[in-house]
Structure formats: structure tokens, C-alpha cells
Design a protein around this ligand. Structure first.
Ligand code: 13P
Length: 298
């Protein structure tokens, strides 16, 4: 009970005060280290996420325990509870969802966007039922992203209009499911474009969706590469969580590659991997400042 009220309390606060909480994905303990240290130093509430592939690599139980260990450590350092939450990102498999709920994830993002709206609703209801047993928060999704994380598009990526979230679909979905936390597609996509910035967000569309669904917490996926001004506008219109992955992966890989190139004789992992940790920390700090969540720990 307490756990849920805590994350919901932060989302409520974010909506009221006009900031957003970042979700940063990880698949190893070095990435996680860079992320949590950045949030701790800026005193920002934090959501860390694992996609199905990331869970597969790391192991669900390991992910839960790593995050729990950081929470204990940072709570001690802070002298009060450090708001660190773990989200199962883009989950589709009910078996994995069940395991995550019962092993200690704080939130589940059920990605039914690849299904018809009706089927998405049916499956989301199943997830809500499972999650309610542990009072875990569920993020649903209406509209399609249609892209994978970590893709660096060499050419301009075109978002099909049929992928965008329709305001009437949100009204129907929210009414029928009772979901409070929803990812929408307003022109965002996973990954980044090599040339130029990702396309601008359709702020007018978000305004319309948000106006008709004032009590819903909206989530922006595909945070990497979106022009900062657009992210700020989206937060003003009700986005309370923004997800980032590709930007962190790029920074991590680049820093380690550079280090190994410069010092090919260096084989101590804690030395060359630390360059990746520092690079992630820098990116996460920038994103936290962009979202306005620094100093928001109660
Ligand atoms: P990016 O990789 O584009 O930042 O998207 C991450 C994401 O939305 C995870 O759910």
C-alpha cells in the first residue's frame, strides 16, 4: 500500500507543480550506478526501467535486488526514504508481468499498443487485476511507437499518422479500464535520428488529449533526441514521466570505446567501465534538469 501511494504521490506532485520524473533504462549494474548517482546528487525522484530484452539479459530477480540495494544505500545517505522506483518497461508477457509484480517491481508498463484497441483493453484489464494484488501501478499505452530503442536512424524517420494516439480512443480506454497512467504517441518514437533532431511533438494533439482527461498521468516514451523545448511543452500539458534509453546507451558505449582505444592495455573492468558510468551520469543529470525534477524529493 505504502509503496504505491509513494509513486502516485510523486506523480500527483509532478502534475501539480509542472515537472516530470525521468525513467532511465538499464541492463547492467554500471549503467544503474551512473543513473542513481546522478539522481541522488540532484535530489531527484527516480524511476529506473527494464525492457523485456534488458530483463532477459540481467535477470528479473537481479534487477529487483540491485535496485533494492541502491535504495537502502541512498536512503541511509539521505537520512530519509530515497524515492527510487522500478518499472517493467514495454512488458507484454503475462508470465513475466506476474513474476515482476510478486518479486517487487513498483510499476508495470503494459504495452498493448500492437493490439487492436479492444484487445489492448482486455489485456490491460488482466494486467490491472494481477497488479492490484500487490498494489503495483500500471502504465497502459494507446497509440503506437512503431520503433525499437537504440536505433540510430540514418534517414529521416516518418511517423505514420495512424500510429498517433486518437483523443477519442483515450477517453474510451480510460473509461473502460479505469487506468490512471497512460503512454500516448504524439509524434515521439524510440531511438534517435543521426541527422538533425527527432520530429517535433504534436503539442496540439497532447493538449486535446490532456484537456479531456485531466486526471490521467501521461507518459512520454522515446525521450532521446526530442528537442528540449518540445519536452518542456509536453510537461506543461500533463506529461509526468519521460523515458530515456538510447541517449544513455550511446553515451555509455562511446565513452568505453574511447577509453579502450586510448588505453588498449587497460583490462581492469572497473577502470574502463567507469568512463561509461561517468558518461551516463552526465546525460542523466542533464535530463533531470530538463524535466525539472531536481530538488523534488520530499
Ligand atoms: P529512447 O530510447 O528513444 O530514449 O526511448 C526509451 C523509452 O521510451 C523506453 O520505454
Amino acid at each position: 500500500m505504502k509503496k504505491n501511494l509513494k509513486i502516485e504521490g510523486y506523480l500527483k506532485r509532478a502534475r501539480k507543480e509542472g515537472f516530470a520524473i525521468g525513467q532511465f533504462n538499464f541492463s547492467n549494474s554500471d549503467q544503474l550506478k551512473g543513473i542513481v548517482e546522478a539522481a541522488f546528487e540532484l535530489r531527484s525522484p527516480l524511476i529506473v526501467g527494464t525492457s523485456p530484452a534488458e530483463v532477459n539479459y540481467l535477470g528479473l530477480e537481479i534487477a529487483v535486488n540491485l535496485v533494492a540495494a541502491w535504495k537502502v544505500k541512498l536512503t541511509k545517505r539521505l537520512g530519509r526514504s530515497f524515492p527510487l522506483f522500478l518499472n517493467l518497461d514495454h512488458a507484454r508477457d503475462l508470465k513475466v508481468i506476474k513474476e515482476a509484480v510478486f518479486r517487487g517491481y513498483d510499476m508495470i508498463h503494459f504495452d498493448g499498443s500492437f493490439l487492436s484497441l479492444k484487445k489492448n483493453l482486455q489485456e490491460t484489464k488482466k494486467v490491472l487485476k494481477i497488479a492490484s494484488q500487490k498494489k503495483v501501478l500500471v502504465e497502459a499505452e494507446v497509440g503506437q511507437l512503431g520503433t525499437e530503442s537504440s536505433t540510430i536512424y540514418k534517414e529521416k524517420f516518418m511517423i505514420q499518422d495512424s500510429f498517433l494516439t486518437k483523443p477519442e480512443d483515450v477517453e474510451y480506454f480510460v473509461r473502460e479500464s479505469g487506468v490512471k497512467f497512460l503512454a500516448v504517441n504524439i509524434g515521439n518514437f524510440h531511438g534517435v535520428q543521426k541527422i538533425g533532431k527527432n520530429p517535433h511533438l504534436r503539442i496540439e494533439l497532447l493538449k486535446e488529449i490532456s484537456r479531456k482527461n485531466q486526471n490521467i498521468y501521461f507518459v512520454l516514451h522515446g525521450g532521446s533526441g526530442i528537442p528540449f523545448q518540445d519536452v518542456k511543452e509536453a510537461i506543461k500539458q500533463g506529461m509526468v514521466k519521460v523515458n530515456f534509453n538510447t541517449d544513455l546507451r550511446l553515451a555509455f558505449a562511446k565513452a568505453i570505446l574511447k577509453e579502450l582505444k586510448e588505453k588498449p592495455e587497460e583490462i581492469a573492468p572497473y577502470k574502463y567501465l567507469n568512463q561509461g558510468v561517468l558518461a551516463i551520469k552526465k546525460v542523466v543529470k542533464e535530463r533531470i534538469k530538463l524535466l525539472g525534477s531536481a530538488g523534488k524529493i520530499v
